[in-house]
Ligand binder design. Structure first.
Ligand SMILES: Cc1ncc(C[n+]2csc(CCOP(=O)(O)OP(=O)(O)O)c2C)c(N)n1
Length: 637
């Protein structure tokens, strides 16, 4: 910390207030270096954070947090805010188990007001806080900070529509870097850039600049006066835009890396008594050449070498995203009815090569998961086969669209749910724990979980031939090594039994968790305990009687979930296995939200890792009533 001349002295936002311009310039440089130093070790969101340093400093200088409240949309760009609000020393623990969250978290600081993670919510939360405080006789500045891509989400418009109608005094900051994770998409994005590049304004600007430079002896104050006039002329050119049409005053565009300018504008806007949107232009990755050149690559990074920007190679094994990517490309070659839809997660969901190969069959709809799903229903009605690739956590947004627009009419839409189950590093808001519980109860939806690459191929092929809605859900993890059993054809409702000897204990699981079951078996074998293993493949029970009879020989059944226990596979199995001589236990995420950490650490926390599974089985077999059950079941056989 001693290397950071100014930053080392900043413990709280008030410490910023007495700094000189020179010190502030050095501070913003040091914050960037500090972020790069730490994110290069922990991984995390880099480019968005480098782009918002000046804005965050300006907000903390002009306003008084925590009385005034900054609501960072998504919250992935809150690193400077955390560093300036007493969390600098703990920044090295960012995204690690028991460390700082990579997003704003209410439990972490009085300066964080929302538990963020999903996009487009900031204006709604801010308006609620504003109205709530007002009803209680208070006024503080509530300032949502929303990115241009997050502004593609419908909720942002619902909130602005409400704000414009109420005419409340609120400052919305639009942080426009013209990037989502990949390129920003949609008409809104091109309209925003038009606000900065209207030809008539550019012509006027050139004329004004030329005039300024060619009038001799102009004094500084005269020049400043003309600059102010120029700004109001600019507003004149943009008299009407989507924000003003919604009843929100538009100010901008402002250079988001010019701290003086930002402070000047914020201090003035503070005095206005109406809703205002300040449009600031920033550069994603600002100050780190590699991130400036490739902001998409450096949006969310694993550890890297800060000198050359080269990302540290993790393990090179094939993961489920790669497996999905290869499966959809192969099938799309043979079947030109397949179209792919992403909601701003093209690279994350492994669709980049599909988009490159089949541009006319590829649709990035922006951060609009609800629209993505209903759009897919339209494709299905038209006779095409839409594949919607979405992270499990973000499908939560679209439950109504899935039920109303897809499941009720029974349309053939395929959901590829990436990041399902326990998700590393990003914490509560990004865990994929709820998709099974949310979707299993919807009539007619078939949910599958592949363990190996060949199963991914088979399941996608199954979905393409199945005339109804299907879900393939898989985690951020490596696919399992192939075994001969996996080549068994995927048939609706059938699972896979891994059995060597006659055991009275069965582990039931699915997807990647099968590896934990295989490893638990190895541990148990060393203790002379054998287990059979059943991979569900399909997460809704179809041939119930058949399954009940298959499982009837087991006295102890352990179901291992990659998700929340409530509403999961285990509970449905529990209703089936309710005879007096069989015990069924479920391991999984037990009625809680799950923090950040590696997938391995989080599995250990939930007791779904191989060692915990084995220990759990040993403990149960040592229980007296289990022994008597075994005796009873043996007597029955
Ligand atoms: C509902 C939802 N869908 C997808 C995401 C994944 N996501 C995280 S950040 C991001 C891009 C945000 O871009 P922008 O709002 O412009 O902010 P920037 O990172 O460019 O500063 C996306 C798509 C999300 N957080 N929430």
């Amino acid at each position: 910390m001693s290397d950071y001349q100014i930053l080392s002295k900043i413990e709280k936002p008030e410490d910023l207030k007495g700094l000189t311009h020179k010190e502030l310039r050095l501070l913003t440089k040091e914050i960037r270096e500090y972020i790069i130093e730490h994110v290069s070790k922990t991984g995390g969101h880099l480019a968005s954070n480098l782009g918002i340093v000046e804005l965050t400093v300006a907000l903390h200088r002009v306003f008084n947090s925590p009385k005034d409240k900054f609501i960072f949309d998504v919250g992935h760009q809150c690193y400077t805010h955390k560093i300036l609000t007493g969390r600098k020393e703990r920044f090295s623990t960012n995204r690690q188990l028991n460390g700082l969250s990579g997003f704003t978290r209410r439990y972490e600081s009085e300066h964080d007001f929302v538990d963020a993670g999903h996009a487009s919510t900031s204006i709604s939360s801010a308006l609620g806080i504003l109205l709530g405080e007002e009803l209680q006789g208070e006024f503080n500045y509530i300032i949502p900070v929303i990115g241009d891509a997050s502004l593609t989400g419908g909720m942002a418009y619902e909130a602005m529509n409400h704000l414009g109608h109420l005419k409340k005094k609120m400052i919305v900051i639009l942080n426009d870097n013209n990037m989502s994770i990949d390129s920003s998409v949609g008409a809104m994005s091109s309209n925003l850039s038009k606000l900065t590049t209207t030809k008539s304004y550019q012509r006027f600007k050139r004329f004004a600049d030329w005039t300024m430079l060619h009038i001799p002896f102009i004094g500084k104050s005269f020049y400043a006066g003309v600059m102010r006039w120029k700004k109001s002329v600019k507003t004149f050119f943009y008299k009407s835009n989507i924000f003003t049409d919604l009843g929100i005053k538009y100010i901008g565009p402002i250079d988001g890396h010019n701290l003086n300018e930002l402070e000047r504008v914020l201090s003035r806007v503070k005095l206005l008594d109406e809703p205002v949107l300040i449009h600031i232009i920033t550069k994603k990755g600002k100050g780190y050449e590699f991130a400036e050149k490739e902001p998409g690559k450096y949006h969310g990074v694993k550890p890297f070498n800060p000198e050359d920007g080269i990302l540290k190679s993790g393990d090179n094994s094939v993961n489920y995203t790669d497996a999905f990517s290869s499966a959809i490309n192969t099938l799309a070659e043979r079947n030109n009815k397949i179209v792919a839809i992403t909601a701003a997660m093209m690279s994350g969901t492994g669709l980049t090569s599909f988009f490159n190969k089949y541009p006319s069959r590829s649709f990035d709809v922006g951060i609009t998961e609800e629209h993505a799903v209903t759009l897919a229903s339209g494709f299905a009605i038209s006779g095409l086969i839409p594949v919607v690739a979405i992270y499990s956590t973000f499908i939560q947004r679209s439950i109504d669209q899935i039920i109303h627009d897809i499941a009720i009419p029974g349309l053939q839409v395929i959901f590829a749910l990436d990041r399902a189950g326990i998700v590393p590093a990003d914490g509560e808001a990004h865990q994929g724990l709820f998709d099974i519980a949310l979707l299993k109860s919807v009539p007619g939806i078939v949910i599958m979980a592949p363990s190996v690459k060949s199963e991914m191929d088979q399941m996608l092929n199954f979905a393409i031939n199945y005339k109804g809605p299907t879900v393939i859900r898989y985690p951020k993890d490596s696919v399992l090594p192939e075994r001969p059993e996996f080549s068994k054809p995927v048939v609706l409702g059938d699972g896979l039994l891994f059995k060597e000897r006659d055991s009275k204990i069965l582990i039931v699981t699915y997807g990647q968790m099968l590896q934990e079951a295989f490893d638990a078996k190895e541990i148990l074998l060393k203790k002379d305990l054998d287990v059979d293993i059943y991979s569900m493949r399909f997460l809704t029970l179809y041939n119930k009687m058949d399954l009940a009879s298959k499982f009837s020989q087991y006295s102890l059944i352990i179901v291992v979930e990659d998700g929340i226990i409530k509403g999961g596979v285990g509970e449905e199995l529990g209703l089936l296995i309710n005879s007096t001589y069989q015990l069924l236990y479920i391991l999984g995420v037990d009625n809680s939200f799950l923090t950040h950490g590696t997938r391995k650490e989080l599995k250990e926390l939930c007791h779904t890792d191989s060692k915990s599974i084995a220990e759990f089985i040993i403990a149960r077999t040592e229980e007296v009533n289990y022994k008597s059950m075994v005796e009873r079941i043996n007597a029955k056989w």
